[in-house]
Write a protein that binds this ligand. Structure first.
Ligand SMILES: *[C@@H]1O[C@H](CO)[C@@H](O)[C@H](O)[C@H]1NC(C)=O
Length: 398
């Protein structure tokens, strides 16, 4: 009887706990890209930039390594860079690098990138972003992207029509465009200092975290001095609890953009292009970089020539980490686009939940954009203990 009463009250306590919001938000690590193995799980593009029409050739893996545009430095950080040693003749393109993860990550994922240096300078257009197999049908998340001498990072989503950004009160960045199907995407400008350019590097770099969740897509940026303890204390093998993240720089709520409708599993991309259909447009390039060369054209004034103007055009990456919710090692499945290649896998999230009814996110510390995975953990524990107590009480009863 005592045990059965214990089982009943334990189940009651569990039901009570289920009513209050979880104070933690746990994610399990599924992939760490760092150190000497950093490049092992990425594909190199191996073609000229036929996507954003930049004046670069994104080298194959073997060419990128042999030409020294992709390597791991003595500090153990990955370097991806624009060629800054070859004289490029008129009508030729300059060599650069674009890499895409072999794995893709479903809704329920969290990605963290720690960067020491981001490429910058006139004509330079770097990005850390995500994509699905078909653009824009499978969605795109631009986490770090900026051009030329812009002072700040700019974030965006790209989707088919029907996904809108309505700025929630806890978003720290400035919404610049609401419709995610426009050519620019639904952009949000970073307002914190040192998110790009020489300022970023001067502070020792910084970290971006992106939560890809049924309740929305949330992007955080911290300059190195502001990185939260959860990230400073995480390792290449540890889980992470993101409840100390605070309000995000960009907050795209599912209430105005159904994440599972507009986004399929995403691959992560790091690339650097030059000029092209953003950095090289006269209206963007001329105001910050015009008047410094003979022609006032991005390509001829920047790309052609010895390349010494590209000494700052490199990424230095401490790590990229991918996490998922669920508390169980995810089962890899082949992505549709790469079904023939077993090295390309999709990490799916184990826990699937629906967004909270009001869709409202509360400010820190009651800020829970996630789908309650850690809550799921504790409930699983509750059900196990309750079941065991019920079984014991039934045994004692008989
Ligand atoms: C870009 O080039 C690659 C490699 O040649 C090719 O597979 C792809 O279809 C091209 N994409 C476009 C948009 O032309």
């Amino acid at each position: 009887m005592y045990i059965s009463r214990l089982a009943t009250s334990f189940a009651g306590a569990c039901l009570f706990l289920a009513q209050i919001p979880s104070l933690t938000k746990g994610y399990d690590l599924v992939r760490d890209y760092s150190g000497i193995t950093f490049f092992d799980e990425w594909d190199f593009y191996g073609s000229w930039d036929n996507l954003t029409l930049g004046d670069v050739v994104w080298l194959s893996e073997s060419d990128a390594f042999s030409q020294g545009l992709a390597y791991v430095n003595s500090a153990g950080n990955a370097i991806l860079k624009v060629d800054n040693t070859h004289n490029v003749q008129d009508l030729q393109k300059r060599s650069s690098v674009r890499i895409t993860t072999k794995d893709s990550y479903a809704v329920g994922s969290l990605w963290i990138i720690d960067l020491r240096h981001i490429p910058f300078g006139c004509s330079v257009w770097p990005a850390f972003w995500t994509k699905g197999p078909v653009w824009p049908d499978d969605g795109e998340i631009d986490i770090m992207e900026a051009i030329n001498l812009m002072p700040n990072n700019q974030m965006a989503l790209h989707t088919t029509s029907g996904c809108m950004h309505t700025t929630p009160p806890n978003q720290m960045g400035q919404t610049l465009e609401n419709d995610c199907s426009t050519p620019s995407g639904c952009t949000v400008g970073e307002l914190q200092p040192n998110s790009f350019g020489s300022g970023f590097a001067a502070m020792g770099g910084g970290v971006w975290a992106t939560q890809f969740d049924v309740q929305g897509i949330f992007i955080w940026f911290w300059s190195r001095p502001n990185i939260p303890p959860s990230i400073l204390g995480s390792t290449s093998i540890s889980p992470i609890d993101i409840s100390d993240f605070g309000p995000p720089s960009a907050s795209y709520l599912a209430t105005s953009c159904d994440i599972t409708e507009f986004f399929t599993p995403q691959n992560l991309v790091l690339d650097i292009t030059l000029c092209g259909i953003w950095a090289g447009l006269p209206e963007t390039w001329l105001p910050s970089c015009g008047g410094q060369g003979p022609t006032n054209i991005c390509y001829t004034d920047n790309v052609v020539g010895p390349g010494s103007n590209y000494n700052d055009a490199f990424f230095e990456v401490s790590y990229v980490r991918a996490y998922t919710t669920g508390g169980i090692v995810p089962v890899p499945t082949a992505t549709p686009v790469a079904a023939a290649d077993n090295s390309h896998r999709t990490f799916t999230s184990v826990v699937t939940t629906t967004p909270s009814p009001d869709g409202i996110l509360h400010p820190s510390p009651l800020f829970f954009p996630g789908n309650g995975a850690s809550h799921g953990h504790s409930m699983i524990g509750c059900w196990w203990v309750t079941s065991i107590l019920v079984v014991i009480s039934l045994r004692l009863w008989s």
